[in-house]
Design a protein around this ligand. Sequence first.
Ligand code: NAP
Length: 246
Amino acid sequence: MLNNKVALVTGASRGIGRAIATRLAKEGAMVVINYNGSMDKANEAKAEIESFGGKACIMQWNIADFDACKENIEKIVAEYGSLDILVNNAGVTRDGLLLKMTEADYDAVLDTNLKGTFNCIKFASRQMLKQKAGRIVNISSVSGILGNAGQTNYSASKAGVIGLTKAAARELASRGITVNAIAPGFIETDMTNVLSENVKAGAVAQIPLGAFGKTEDIAAAAAFLVSDEAKYITGQVLCVDGGMAM
Ligand code: NAP
């Protein structure tokens, strides 16, 4: 159980982040729901958690903004007294073939997915180092392991998240902080709803278990990695992908 733990989940207004926030709240954590643009969705996520007696608050900021990460993570510690769990989930795609990909599309994806993850780890780990305890889970992707045509920016960002996870795991291990990554395959969310039926069918054909995953499948893996039961696991990448990347 996560009673008395404070958890920050980035990008928790929708999709996988929302499912993780809900699951951690069900386990007893006080969850900070970070979002960037979808205020209504963030409010819905908070209301859902409160509907079963869970504890949550909402904080808007762009995780690609270094100063905003510092300011808001310091606010969380000041307000709630600790920060025990960080789930770096917020992410974006700007797909396009290499020759057509703009610099802006490359930068936007790297800035959010990779630099945003660094920003949050940097400021959250300051507090976790003081506490001599902490759990960090970074959401990568099978796209960062296998590579995916049309996603040079996204695959680079998600492969970067894996390297960042392992380096941070080595730096923080001696202070009781674990850092792991989850690499989801195709999961039913707004991010994959935009794919054409053709692309979706092509994706399913590559999944040994034969279907897209659910957001709850990722939430279950995150709940395990932040639990006491995962205390001897760090620097790992857990693929939750129906067998796609094996
Ligand atoms: P989604 O439905 O598009 O939701 C993305 C979430 O990230 C939203 O809550 C969004 O908030 C937030 N976000 C985006 N940019 C942000 C920023 N700069 N600052 C703060 N929050 C930001 O995506 P999803 O499918 O749930 O994906 C969640 C994570 O899983 C991502 O890292 C994604 O790359 C990864 N993933 C997804 C899949 C999949 O198949 N769905 C597969 C592998 C990996 P607002 O709406 O408020 O802007």
